[in-house]
Write a protein of this length. Structure first.
Length: 508
C-alpha cells in the first residue's frame, strides 16, 4: 500500500462506549493494580477495516448488523470502546533467547477486556498495535501491516488445523505509517485468546519476590484454565504439571504440521496451552529438522527440532517461579518440581509418536512402528522431500498402492523412499482396515494446505501494494486445510527455487 503522508491523530475520539453485543466480564482487571496499567488506546487517524472474522465475531456475541465497517474500524482500532471494555496493558517479564528481562509487559498491545462467548467460554480481546503503554520502552507501540497479516493468516490456519491457538478477529489499517526498515503502513490486529497470561507473567512477580501476587495469579489461572485443580493438595505443583501436559501436546502438534514458532521466549508461552505471539513463525517446506526462519535466531535456538527441548526449558522457568508456593522448604520444592519436569520427555514422545503414526495410517502401535517412522523421516531428509506433501501423497498410496508416482516425485533420489514404501505397505497390510478408510483417516490428519511461507510473503507484498485479494484467498483456502481444493491447487505446492523465502522477520 502506498504510504500516506502522516496525518495527525485525532486528539480524542470520544463518542462514548457503544453496545455491540458481547458480554464483558473483566476478571483480570479485578486483580491488584500492580498486575497491569489501565489506559485507553492511543487513537489513530484513519482506521479502515480490512478483515472481520464474521463466524468468530458471532461466536463472541457481536451483533453483526451493528458492526458495520465504519463502526468495526472504530472499535478494532481502539478509537471507540465497546460497552463493558476496560482497556489495560498487562505486566510480564520473560527470558528472551535465554536472557532474563525482569520487565517486558504489553508494549504495543492492550487488553480490551474479557468476553463470555456463546458457549460460556471466557476469552480475552486484545488490540495488538494499539499505541504506547508504560511498557513500550523505545518502541512506538504500533505494528506494521506485514506482521499483522502474517499473524492473522497463520493463527487462523493453525485453528483450522485443530491446533490450540489465539485467533484473529479483525485487522484494520491505521492510516498512519510506522517507521521500521523504512516507512510501512500501520495496522492493528484484534486477537482473541483464552488468556494472555504467560510463563513470563509468573516470572514478573517471582522476580519481585511478590508471593502475594504469585498466589493471586496462581488462583486466577486455576479458576480460569484449570478448574479441575481447585482442590489439588499442592496447587502450584499441580499447575506446573497441567501446563506441562498441555505444552507437550501443543509442541507435538506443531512438529506434526511442520510449524516453527520462531520466538519461544518465556513471555511468548501462554499458560493456557495455546500457541501465542506469531512473530517470525513459518512452516517448513522441505523436511529438515534444523530449519530456522527467524532472522534474529542466529544460533538456531528455536529451530524446528529444538522446540520440545525449549518448551521444557521454559517450563523449568515456570517451575522456578512457583517454587515458593510448592513448599516452604526450598530443597523439597526443587525435588518436587524436578520430578514433575522429568516427565516431560515421555509426555512429549507419546504425543508425538501417536500423532506421527496417525500421519502414516497407523492407529494401533506395534513393535517396530517408531523405527518405521524414523526411516521415513530419514528418507525425507536425504531426499529433500516436502514435509506436508509427503504425508498427503502417502494417503493416496494408502488408497491405491500403485499410485506412488506423485510421492516419488517429491524425493531427489528415489531409492530411499522406494525401499521404505515397501516396508510400509507390508506393515499396513497387516492391519485389517480397508484402504479407503485408512486413506480418509490419513487425509483428516495430513493437510493439503498449510500457510506456505512464500504464499504468506506474496500476500503481504500484495497487501502493501493495496491489494488484499491474495490475503483473502489464502485465509479462505486455509480455513479448510484438509479438503482438496482443485481450483487452488497452486497454493498447496512448495515454492519454486526462485520463490523460496528463507528468512522471516519480527518486524516489531
Ligand atoms: P515480542 O518479541 O514481539 O514478543 O515482544 C517482546 C516485547 O517487546 C514485548 O514486551 C512487547 O510488548 C515489546 N514490543 C515489541 N514491539 C514493540 C513496539 N513496536 N513498541 C513497543 N513495544 C514493543
Ligand atoms: Mg511477545
Amino acid at each position: 500500500m502506498p504510504v500516506p503522508p502522516t496525518p495527525s491523530a485525532p486528539d480524542a475520539v470520544d463518542l462514548g462506549p457503544i453496545q455491540l453485543g458481547p458480554v464483558f466480564d473483566n476478571s483480570y482487571g479485578r486483580l491488584p493494580e500492580r498486575f497491569f496499567a489501565r489506559q485507553p488506546a492511543v487513537p489513530v487517524a484513519a482506521p479502515r477495516l480490512i478483515s472481520l472474522n464474521r463466524p468468530l465475531a458471532l461466536q463472541l456475541g457481536f451483533d453483526l448488523d451493528r458492526l458495520d465497517p465504519e463502526t468495526a474500524a472504530a472499535i478494532f482500532s481502539g478509537n471507540r470502546l465497546p460497552l463493558g471494555a476496560d482497556p489495560l496493558a498487562q505486566a510480564y517479564a520473560g527470558h528472551q533467547f535465554g536472557t532474563f528481562v525482569p520487565q517486558l509487559g504489553d508494549g504495543r498491545a492492550l487488553l480490551l477486556g474479557e468476553v463470555i462467548d456463546r458457549d460460556g467460554r471466557r476469552v480475552d480481546l486484545q488490540l495488538k498495535g494499539a499505541g504506547e503503554t508504560p511498557w513500550s520502552r523505545q518502541g512506538d507501540g504500533r505494528a506494521a501491516l506485514g506482521p499483522v497479516l502474517r499473524e492473522y493468516v497463520v493463527s487462523e490456519a493453525m485453528h483450522a488445523l485443530g491446533i490450540p491457538t489465539t485467533r484473529a478477529l479483525a485487522m484494520i489499517t491505521t492510516g498512519q505509517p510506522v517507521l521500521r526498515e523504512g516507512l510501512l503502513p500501520g495496522a492493528i490486529l484484534t486477537r482473541v485468546a483464552a488468556s494472555h497470561i504467560r510463563v513470563g507473567t509468573f516470572q514478573y512477580f517471582a522476580a519481585r519476590d511478590d508471593g502475594e501476587a504469585l498466589t493471586l495469579l496462581l488462583n486466577h489461572v486455576i479458576e480460569r484454565h484449570y478448574p479441575e485443580l481447585r482442590d489439588a493438595g499442592n496447587r502450584a505443583l499441580a499447575l506446573l504439571e497441567a501446563v506441562m501436559a498441555r505444552q507437550a501436546a501443543l509442541v507435538a502438534r506443531w512438529l506434526q504440521v511442520g510449524f516453527i514458532h520462531g520466538v519461544m521466549n518465556t513471555d511468548n508461552m501462554a499458560v493456557s496451552g495455546e500457541t501465542i505471539d506469531y512473530g517470525p513463525c513459518a512452516f517448513m517446506d522441505a523436511y529438515d529438522p534444523a530449519t530456522v526462519f527467524s532472522s534474529i535466531d542466529r544460533q538456531g535456538r528455536y529451530a524446528y527440532a529444538n522446540q520440545p527441548a525449549l518448551a521444557h526449558w521454559n517450563l523449568s522457568r515456570l517451575a522456578e517461579s512457583l517454587l515458593d508456593l510448592m513448599d516452604p522448604d526450598q530443597e523439597k520444592a526443587i525435588a518436587l518440581a524436578t520430578e514433575v519436569l522429568g516427565r516431560f520427555a515421555d509426555l512429549f514422545r507419546d504425543a508425538w509418536t501417536t500423532g506421527m503414526l496417525a500421519k502414516i495410517g497407523i492407529d494401533e502401535i506395534r513393535d517396530g512402528d517408531t523405527a518405521l517412522l524414523q526411516g521415513l523421516l530419514e528418507a525425507m531428509k536425504a531426499g529433500g522431500a516436502d514435509y506436508t506433501l509427503t504425508f498427503r501423497r502417502l494417503a493416496d498410496v494408502a488408497a491405491d498402492s500403485g499410485a506412488t508416482g506423485p510421492l516419488r516425485d517429491l524425493f531427489l533420489g528415489m531409492e530411499g523412499i522406494d525401499a521404505w514404501a515397501e516396508l510400509w505397505t507390508a506393515r499396513i497390510a497387516a492391519d485389517c482396515r480397508a484402504p479407503d478408510e485408512r486413506a480418509a483417516a490419513m487425509r483428516r490428519v495430513n493437510p493439503a494446505f498449510i500457510p506456505r511461507n512464500h504464499r504468506v510473503q506474496q500476500a503481504i507484498d500484495a497487501a502493501m501494494a493495496g491489494d488484499f485479494g491474495p490475503f483473502e484467498t489464502l485465509v479462505a483456502v486455509l480455513s479448510r486445510p484438509f479438503d482438496d481444493q482443485p481450483a487452488q491447487a497452486a497454493l498447496a505446492e512448495p515454492p519454486a527455487p526462485d520463490e523460496r523465502v528463507l528468512k522471516t522477520f519480527c518486524g516489531t
